[in-house]
Design a protein around this ligand. Structure first.
Ligand SMILES: Nc1ncnc2c1ncn2[C@@H]1O[C@H](COP(=O)(O)OP(=O)(O)OP(=O)(O)O)[C@@H](O)[C@H]1O
Length: 271
């Protein structure tokens, strides 16, 4: 099922300077990573989908609704965006109030909003921080509060802008688990990412933005096999892919498990 359809989408912040240039894309249920150099237009694209910016040209349909004619607030029950910088999102004085704000805003009653907020906080590993002031938390935890705020609204589409930034190993594992759980619930999860290891291990589709256009679109193995594409767009292949290449392998390994399996099979054949 197509959840988002984007047709000939262009956008300029200033007249004559197009930041997005005639993008046409459809999104089904596959988890999707949007990658590309700084300034290629990824965040602008996400803000357009969420209704925070209006296209200079083109059309956006979200779950069959004409999103270019809708406000971000009207789109809130269907699509949520977690900002790259938590300080752009957080404004309440307790973590619980922050996460309850979204569900309350889309019409949940107080008890239900509280329940959803508590569940979302558990999901992001912050179940015991509900009473704290979000401004007293570290960046990694603030970021997870923002993820919980969107998860608590249970939209069908979630866009996470750089969810792994500022996360340590444990934080990255939590973000991975959250994405997996959302996928299991049938949500469309999209994320803007610079961490290619995370992209390779966690997403079914990768879209490469380059100077306001879509340069490539495929599954991670297709994308990370294209060395000339990676070079041209300044993207670094996942570390395990590069390790395979430096050992002279032609295969594109995406995870350590795949790499180890291939090594074991080779050793087995050698005996
Ligand atoms: N509010 C704004 N006003 C004017 N220009 C902007 C604004 N926000 C972004 N831009 C410009 O639009 C272009 C695309 O920016 P955008 O943030 O969408 O790229 P990005 O791919 O998300 O980059 P990054 O990976 O650094 O987040 C850049 O040239 C940027 O300088």
């Amino acid at each position: 099922m197509i959840r988002i359809a984007v047709k000939d989408l262009s956008f300029s912040y200033r007249p004559g300077e197009e930041v997005l240039k005639g993008i046409t894309l459809e999104f089904d249920g596959r988890s999707t990573a949007i990658v590309g150099q700084n300034g290629s237009g990824k965040t602008t694209f996400a803000k357009l989908l969420k209704g925070l910016l209006k296209p200079t040209r083109g059309e956006i349909s979200i779950l069959g609704r004409p999103a270019n004619q809708m406000t971000a607030a009207a789109l809130a029950p269907y699509i949520g965006l977690v900002f790259q910088n938590p300080n752009d999102q957080i404004f309440k004085s307790t973590v619980l109030d922050e996460v309850m704000f979204g569900p309350l805003n889309i019409g949940e009653d107080l008890e239900r909003a509280k329940e959803k907020a508590r569940q979302a906080l558990e999901m992001v590993g912050l179940g015991d921080r509900a009473a704290e002031n979000p401004q007293d938390l570290g960046l990694s935890e603030k970021k997870r509060v923002c993820i919980a705020s969107i998860v608590a609204m249970e939209p069908e589409i979630l866009i996470l802008d750089e969810p792994t930034i500022a996360q340590d190993h444990a934080g990255v594992a939590i973000v991975r688990r959250v994405i997996g759980e959302l996928k299991e619930r049938g949500k469309l999860v999209m994320a803007i990412l610079h961490d290619m290891d995370f992209v390779a291990g966690n997403f079914e589709r990768v879209i490469v933005f380059h100077r306001g256009t879509v340069l490539a679109d495929g599954n991670p193995r297709e994308i990370f096999s294209r060395r000339e594409l990676l070079e041209r767009t300044g993207l670094e292949a996942p570390h395990i892919t590069r390790l395979g290449w430096s050992l002279g392998r032609r295969e594109t390994y995406l995870t350590e498990a795949e790499f180890i399996q291939a090594m074991r099979m080779e050793r087995g054949k050698g005996r």
